[in-house]
Ligand binder design. Structure first.
Ligand SMILES: [Zn+2]
Length: 63
């Protein structure tokens, strides 16, 4: 049996927005308040960031 040098210990993370699994090394990531969020690409990251901004604005809305 020939063993291929395929890395089997690649860590996968789930995209925070579309829930697609991507290799951790290729994922975009952003530090949220108490966890790190991962994304399959910049599009999802930007979408998530916009959501975070919205939430933050709502929270800080009332003085
Ligand atoms: Zn995604």
């Amino acid at each position: 049996m020939i063993e291929t040098l395929k890395p089997t210990d690649v860590e996968y993370v789930k995209c925070e927005v579309c829930l697609k699994e991507v290799p951790k090394s290729e994922a975009q990531n952003a530090e949220a308040r108490d966890y790190v969020a991962y994304f399959c690409g910049l599009e999802c990251y930007e979408q998530w960031e916009a959501e975070q901004m919205k939430e933050r604005t709502q929270e800080a809305g009332e003085p």
